[in-house]
Design a protein around this ligand. Structure first.
Ligand SMILES: Nc1ncnc2c1ncn2[C@@H]1O[C@H](COP(=O)(O)OP(=O)(O)OP(=O)(O)O)[C@@H](O)[C@H]1O
Ligand SMILES: [Mg+2]
Length: 365
């Protein structure tokens, strides 16, 4: 197959040297069983490439199961990955298959692998090497035949140095490593990507084909795109939806594009996250439940081990109100993956006040 044919088949847009090199690599390694590690900032197309690898593999008739390791609360991750037996913990009212078993015969895509807790990493490595695992609460092993693709926007090497990621797992995963370039480093692809998203927007909404004016094109080329291709796609979709004619000009883009100023590698960019509000709410609820469970276990431990209650009361450090406020904002930003709208809602602030406080406390974004 020719490289252009492959790109078309897997909806990969871009013609810069880096993208063409990457496509050639995946055309070569897709049919093998080797695991692949994909690095790239948010929105650079890690999922697009994972899909293409699976789609071009011998496993393409079977399923590609995607798991976002950063979105599942730590306490639930193992049962989500490996499944559980009925009654193995409170709330486990049925046997449940985990993602490993669901991906049997196919591919397991582990997104945000850098967020996987160390204890789960141990079990994961064992499962890869032995091709078997033990569901939570089970007494026998389950065999699986799975190909692995992992993605991250963190440096796993650094995580290994800081002892947050196991070196043996890192070596096992990085058999083939792909680095997806940020969009600001391949500006020659912006025009083609914009045209592709404009075409999609027209098809989706039954509009006539859109065109960008040269000024609009210039604005797209000048922007730094901290949210990469996802940000570009969202800007184009919004402009196409709001525009009253089939010509998109500077006046259509200027109110939508945020001025460059957000640090380029920002995790908290203003790009809408791909999670729906329902997904975010569910995630938040799961996290809250997990925290409650942890508290209950701590209390149980306290009672069972008969610790004198006195000892357990820690003297709280006195903090200034503004310090507490800053901490609350940083904490909420981390939990919502930088989604400012959710942060504002969670903290009971207006978005405007939130922005002001972020600036006032100099919170790094
Ligand atoms: N080369 C590309 N060609 C066409 N569309 C692309 C390309 N790269 C990314 N996209 C589109 O941009 C959006 C984001 O891509 P994707 O979800 O693959 O990014 P990601 O790297 O997985 O991001 P995150 O780290 O936030 O999960 C998707 O809608 C995807 O279809
Ligand atoms: Mg992704």
């Amino acid at each position: 197959m020719k490289i252009d044919e492959f790109k078309k088949l897997h909806s990969i847009i871009g013609n810069c040297r880096e993208i063409n090199d990457l496509v050639e690599t995946i055309m070569h390694i897709a049919p093998s069983e080797t695991s692949v590690l994909i690095y790239g900032e948010t929105g650079t197309g890690k999922e697009v490439f994972a899909n293409a690898i699976h789609g071009a593999s011998r496993r393409s008739k079977q399923r590609l199961i995607s798991v976002n390791c950063g979105a599942i609360p730590e306490g639930l991750l193992e049962s989500e990955l490996f499944g559980h037996k009925r009654g193995s913990f409170t709330g486990a009212s049925d046997n449940r298959k985990g993602y490993f078993e669901l991906a049997d015969g196919g591919t397991l895509f582990l997104d945000e692998i850098g967020e996987m807790p160390i204890t789960t990493q141990v079990k994961f490595l064992r499962a890869i090497e032995l091709k078997e695992f033990m569901p939570v609460g089970a007494e026998t092993v389950t065999k699986v035949d799975v190909r692995y693709i992992a993605a991250t926007n963190k440096s796993l090497q650094e995580e290994v140095i800081n002892k947050r990621f196991r070196q043996d797992l890192f070596f096992r995963l990085k058999a083939v490593t792909l680095f997806l370039p940020p969009l600001r480093d391949r500006r020659e692809d912006i025009g083609e990507l914009a045209d592709f998203f404009l075409e999609q927007a027209a098809l989706k909404n039954n509009y006539a084909k859109f065109q960008l004016t040269p000024e609009a094109h210039g604005i797209l080329l000048d922007h730094d795109w901290p949210g990469n291709v996802r940000e570009l796609k969202s800007v184009i979709e919004t402009a196409a939806t709001l525009s009253r004619t089939s010509i998109i000009g500077a006046a259509d883009l200027n109110p939508i594009i945020h001025p460059n100023g957000y640090s380029s590698a920002s995790k908290y960019s203003l790009v809408p996250t791909r999670k729906t509000p329902e997904e975010l709410d569910r995630e938040m609820m799961l996290r809250a439940l997990f925290e409650i469970k942890k508290d209950i276990l701590d209390l149980k431990d306290l009672v069972e081990n008969n610790h004198p209650v006195k000892e357990s009361i820690r003297v709280q450090e006195i903090k200034r109100i503004d310090e507490l406020e800053k901490e609350a904002i940083i904490n909420a930003l981390e939990r919502t993956n930088g989604n400012k709208r959710s942060v504002a809602r969670l903290l009971g602030l207006s978005e405007r006040t939130l922005y002001r406080k972020i600036k006032e406390y100099d919170i790094p974004l």
